[in-house]
Design a protein. Structure first.
Length: 81
């Protein structure tokens, strides 16, 4: 994990992620982040499922992770402010 935090160049990070992950894995990460952003905006889970084309279970997992105010999602979200 220290390797990822050592990459400071956004373009290099994109290239690295594209090389280390399969296209499907990369798309899953993008989708999960979209789910989190929608949940934060207060979009209902069923609406997110319909818009993004994922199961309620995937959205529920994101919702559960957001309930942990000391978790990684919140730490990253606070950094973005």
């Amino acid at each position: 994990m220290n390797l990822l935090t050592s990459i400071k160049n956004p373009r290099l990070m994109d290239e690295f992620m594209e090389d280390i992950l399969t296209p499907t894995e990369l798309e899953k990460i993008v989708t999960r982040w979209q789910i989190i952003k929608q949940l934060l905006r207060g979009v209902p889970q069923r609406e997110i499922a319909k818009k993004i084309g994922v199961s309620i279970a995937k959205i529920t997992r994101g919702s559960r992770e957001l309930r942990d105010k000391n978790g990684g999602f919140w730490k990253v979200l606070k950094m973005k402010k």
